[in-house]
Design a binder for this molecule. Structure first.
Ligand code: NCN
Ligand code: DMD
Length: 347
């Protein structure tokens, strides 16, 4: 199964560059902000994006059978407890999303047990995954269903006029399947990628590396969907689906941290070239994020030692993306402001 991505028009990129070059500043002096604006215009196919941006955060929640191997410092019930926190507006992502003017949706895609709460988007495809160290975390059907949740929510967001999508995650234990997926897709050894997640000690880190090594040996998946099924989890599948659905609808998706990176890699394996349709919000402080970015040639917008997940790094970066677009839309040109052009315009 391969997902076809829409064509990108390099003419739009050139026209956006021309417009930026006419703003009252030495050419290129706003650095990466200019590249962000050009890329946004090219991805959306719209030379005049409307501001403020309509931004949506989807926090996908799921549980992981692998927690029985002692790979997290927190108990599994924190996943569910944090859902209530998200819904009452008190979590990190709620605060950052308010500052960024983004709407937050909380989606149960794989939490263990029944969860009912007003405002919760109920799209459960599995009631917690199985232990990836012993058996596939999900069936292929469950993996496909998780992917579909993200894709359908992206479609809905597109119909409702969203202009920027931010995938978030909540799931005790999910840095372990994420590390498995990153090792699998990038061919990196576990000791370079596995990190401390919520903060396991030295012994916990060794245990986690061993679990990932064992899982990679046990499963050896041969296609992207079986990799997602083997390692899990549902929230990672939904994140992958949001990336695919966003790209299909020409809505930029902003990658968050380590879990978001794992979801991106699943999606990119299904849709080669996906990196051209997304922004990397930040580089997570989790061990493997930086080497993975280097290998992929990805440039994060922010590098703030964050490792919370929930979409926090991406939501924060969305403010930089919005500011880049304001520059592109609102800055005066040399002509409109009556400012003399430099010699660089002669060429
Ligand atoms: O986003 C990140 O880079 C990140 C790095 C480490 C931990 N987390 C969050 O912490 C939880 C997973 O950590 P752990 O130790 O339980 O695997 C999960 O809810 C993630 O959102 C997130
Ligand atoms: C409290 C807490 C909040 C989180 N948010 C994302 N992952 C998390 C993990 C914990 C433990």
């Amino acid at each position: 199964m391969e997902y076809k991505l829409p064509e990108l028009d390099s003419g739009l990129y050139e026209e956006a560059t021309r417009r930026l070059d006419n703003k009252t500043k030495p050419r290129g002096s706003l650095g990466y902000l200019e590249e962000i604006a050009r890329r946004f215009v090219t991805i959306t196919g719209n030379l005049e994006p409307e501001l403020p941006l309509k931004k949506r955060v989807y926090v996908f929640a799921g549980d992981h059978g692998v927690v029985e191997e002692g790979v997290s410092t927190y108990p599994q019930e924190v996943t569910r407890q944090m859902i209530y926190n998200f819904l009452s507006g008190g979590a990190g992502i709620n605060v950052i999303a308010r500052a960024a003017g983004a709407e937050v949706f909380v989606v149960d895609v794989g939490v263990a047990g029944e969860v009912e709460a007003p405002g919760l988007v109920r799209r459960k495809v599995v009631s917690g995954t199985r232990n990836l160290a012993r058996e596939p975390a999900m069936t292929r059907e469950e993996a496909e269903a998780a992917l579909k949740v993200g894709m359908e929510l992206a479609e809905e967001a597109a119909r409702e006029g969203a202009q920027l999508l931010i995938p978030g995650d909540m799931g005790i234990g999910n840095t372990t399947p994420s590390a498995c997926l990153i090792c699998h897709f990038l061919g990196e050894p576990p000791e370079r990628i596995v990190g401390r997640g919520t903060g396991v000690d030295e012994e916990g880190l060794k245990r986690k590396i061993e679990v990932v090594r064992r899982a990679l040996e046990l499963h050896q998946p041969t296609d992207p969907l079986s990799a997602l099924a083997a390692f899990g989890g549902a929230e990672i599948g939904a994140i992958a689906g949001l990336f695919l659905g966003g790209a299909r609808n020409r809505i930029p998706v902003v990658m968050d941290g380590f879990i978001s990176l794992a979801g991106f890699l699943v999606a990119r394996a299904l849709a080669p070239g996906l990196e051209n349709y997304i922004f990397c919000g930040h580089v997570s402080a989790e061990n493997g994020a930086r080497p993975a970015f280097q290998k992929l040639g990805l440039r994060p917008i922010l590098d703030l030692d964050m490792r919370l997940g929930e979409g926090t790094g991406a939501a924060l970066a969305s403010q930089i993306i919005e500011t880049a677009l304001r520059i592109y839309r609102e800055m005066a040109t040399f002509e409109s402001a009556g400012v003399s052009k430099g010699r660089e315009f002669a060429s």
